[in-house]
Ligand binder design. Structure first.
Ligand code: G3P
Ligand code: CA
Length: 315
């Protein structure tokens, strides 16, 4: 871990100012293959306030930074290890050691069915050389850039599918939290938001596992006229354990954001993709206006952090 970083001033500036934060979704993934260190370095240079890490475990319990529990739509695993798929045809990170995962070439995300890249205009699939990084490699990169550039970016790790990991005999949250602590992320003043889609795990992180830093509960899109149901926790229930919510971007965001704020929750919607706007939006600016001006959201995940950074700078 790199010690003596100028964190104090950064903490004051990021958590104390009213300006919403820009979260680089899987890095600057609109420009480079998602979750590669290159995409994270670009996000840092583009001025992202926070940089996201989706985390899954390897067979030898090392957290690696990748979006799915599967390797086959972001790497050449099927070519390098053709016999290692499960009965469903998928290649699971959890079935591979870190040494094996390091033999893979990471690439732009592609469709399992067609093999075509999901976002056709982005970085070309299968060229150059990229790796799947470990969580620690990424923390070292971000903290290294924080020191060398003097501009401090925070981290935004997501615990991916903790229930599934536990069903396979691996407790991902219990492995990730000590790493965060070792790298200086432990309290609400540290530049770190832990996020998770599973409310049971959000509660467990706060209670049983004693995470004392910022915590975000991820949820799907709000639908028009949607009422709180018994299956979904209310904003008040969420606020008892979490600091905020991460809803999918929708047209209902302004009204829901107001209610979440009333319950004391921060609102960090996901994901602005300028090459894949929501169906109801005619332009990137329309989405940014709805989120920031009408919804008063506290942050935004974007594959194109530079676009959100520039828009906020004009305000
Ligand atoms: O974590 C915020 C956002 O990334 C949630 O969606 O599926 O891209 O992890 P996903
Ligand atoms: Ca995520």
């Amino acid at each position: 871990m790199i010690k003596n970083l100028p964190f104090v001033f950064a903490i004051v500036s990021v958590f104390a100012h009213a300006q919403p934060i820009v979260i680089a979704h899987r890095g600057a993934s609109g420009y480079l293959p998602e979750h590669t260190l290159e995409a994270k370095a670009m996000a840092h240079a583009q001025g992202a306030d926070f940089i996201e890490q989706d985390l899954v475990l390897t067979k030898d319990d090392v957290p690696v930074v990748m979006h799915d529990i599967y390797l086959d739509t972001i790497s050449d695993v099927a070519t390098k290890f053709p016999d290692r798929k499960r009965a469903n045809g998928r290649y699971y990170a959890l079935d591979f050691t870190l040494a094996e995962i390091k033999q893979l070439n990471a690439c732009e995300r592609f469709s399992e069915k067609t093999g075509n890249q999901v976002y056709p205009k982005r970085f070309p699939k299968g060229v150059s050389a990229f790796q799947i990084p470990t969580f620690e490699e990424e923390l070292q990169l971000i903290q290294g850039l924080n020191r060398s550039t003097g501009r401090v970016a925070g981290i935004y790790p997501e615990i991916k599918q903790p229930k599934w990991h536990r069903s396979e005999g691996h407790d991902i949250s219990a492995i990730v939290l000590p790493i965060l602590k070792r790298y200086g992320y432990a309290t609400k003043n540290d530049l770190c938001f832990v996020q998770c889609f599973e409310f049971e795990e959000v509660k467990r992180l706060r209670t049983e596992l004693c995470w004392q830093g910022q915590l975000i509960y991820l949820m799907g899109a709000f639908k028009k006229g949607e009422k709180v149901t018994t299956e979904k926790p209310s904003f008040e229930q969420i606020a008892q354990v979490a600091d905020g919510i991460g809803p999918a971007i929708s047209q209902e965001i302004a009204a829901q954001s107001k209610q979440a704020h009333a319950a004391g929750l921060k609102v960090h919607p996901y994901t602005l993709r300028i090459d894949d706007l929501p169906k109801w939006a005619n332009s990137t600016e329309e989405v940014l206006h709805l989120l920031f001006d009408e919804g008063k959201v506290d942050g935004l995940f974007s594959d194109f952090p530079d676009v959100a950074v520039k828009w906020l700078l004009k305000k």
